[in-house]
Design a protein around this ligand. Structure first.
Ligand code: NDP
Length: 352
């Protein structure tokens, strides 16, 4: 064979080998100002790492994108440290063990944990939990059987403390946490009203998720009146996922001894100035109401029992869930941005 053909063959094999061992990574390129954009992220590549003794090699299968990641993109002190510039973003991930030099894991196992936005990565296995796709859909460990399910269950039961016959309003109702809160409210014998951002989600809440009533906050002119007419006996529990003007409208309708779990404030995450609203002290005082913010980790010791309960209800079909699944590693940033446009129904998941 002529020398130049051998050379071309060798170069081709080298390039193919390089491409096949390339590992895509998503870094925080710059800190967003206001609404995040694609340019805040950077997709780069590195070599696929090899597992050393005591390590496993993981191949990412499903990535959770969550509103709270927005807070970690700011350079501000919070309950978790901010993401560093030019370092990988992290979130809840389900990954497959593709190589193991660790006694507790074998090839083919699936694990769940807070991992880097990388196609492949090594891990010591610390803080990873094995998950089993035959017990429940693998991606459900990022949603109803994972962090968002626990947030809904523990926020509602520990702070909301629902009693049969009470009225619950939940904002962000068509999302991962909201759809679970509403179903739990119904299971516990309450009347449940959801507030969400499209007529399609309104339909989903009242049909699939059995909410008593749902309100589209984007098309309702007087939200305060809409909540009042949906809750003739007033609001006993307001599970707040969004904050801002939606919450102002609900709070105007609370009953004496109302409980107000503050789970999230997505309507304010991209604000660049401090947003002003009604002063709440007189309302909380005269209604003897309890407003309490929480981070799901506050209830970490209750995770095993809560997971067991959620798993049982899911198995017995007393709970259900829906997902919006985006495909492809490169689409993780866009899926994250789409949360702020309400493009997800239920849990937003990226399948790799
Ligand atoms: P979701 O699945 O609910 O997705 C976000 C949803 O928020 C969107 O689909 C959109 O729905 C709604 N939304 C976006 N922008 C606005 C806006 N400006 N005003 C009102 N609604 C808006 O996310 P999660 O279920 O994962 O999270 C829900 C909330 O709970 C978030 O605020 C999150 O930060 C918080 N959270 C808190 C935890 C804790 O430990 N305290 C843990 C997990 C989540 P729509 O079409 O209705 O506008």
């Amino acid at each position: 064979m002529p020398f130049y053909l051998v050379l071309i063959a060798l170069v081709t094999v080298y390039i193919l080998k390089k491409i096949m061992t390339m590992n895509k990574v998503i870094l925080l390129n710059k800190r967003p100002h206001g609404k995040p954009t694609l340019s805040d992220f950077k997709i780069t590549s590195e070599e696929i790492p090899a597992a050393k003794d005591g390590e496993i090699l993981l191949k990412t299968a499903y990535v959770s994108v969550d509103p709270y990641l927005r807070g970690r993109m700011n350079d501000a002190k919070s309950y978790v440290p901010p993401f560093e510039l030019n370092k990988p973003i992290q979130s809840g991930i389900i990954a497959e063990v593709t190589d193991s030099k660790h006694a507790d894991f074998k090839k083919g196992d699936f694990v769940s944990g807070n991992l880097d936005w990388k196609e492949y990565q090594t891990s010591s296995g610390k803080y990873l939990q094995k998950v089993n796709g035959s017990d429940a859909k693998l991606s459900s460990y990022l949603g109803i059987l994972g962090m968002t399910g626990l947030t809904a269950y523990l926020g509602l039961t520990e702070i909301g403390m629902p009693k049969e016959g009470e009225t619950i309003v939940v904002s962000g109702a068509g999302g991962a946490v909201g759809t679970v809160v509403g179903q739990l409210g119904k299971l516990l014998g309450c009347k449940v009203i959801g507030i969400t951002g499209s007529d399609e989600k309104v339909g989903l809440l009242t049909s699939t998720f059995k909410f008593d009533h749902a309100i589209n906050y984007k098309t309702t002119k007087d939200l305060k009146e809409a909540v009042k007419s949906a809750c003739p006996k007033g609001v006993d529990i307001y599970f707040d996922n969004v904050g801002g003007e939606i919450s102002d409208a609900v709070l105007a309708n609370i009953n004496k001894y109302a409980r107000l779990p503050v789970c999230g404030a997505i309507s304010l995450y991209n604000e660049t100035k401090v947003a002003l609203g009604p002063r709440l002290q007189p309302l909380l005082l005269t209604k003897s109401a309890t407003m309490r913010g929480f981070i799901v980790g506050d209830f970490a010791e209750k995770f095993p029992a809560a997971t067991k309960q959620l798993t049982a209800w899911l198995r017995d079909k007393k709970l259900t869930f829906t997902e919006t699944v985006v495909e492809g590693f490169d689409n993780i940033p866009q899926a994250f941005l789409d949360l702020f446009e309400g493009k997800n129904k239920g849990k937003m998941i990226v399948k790799i």
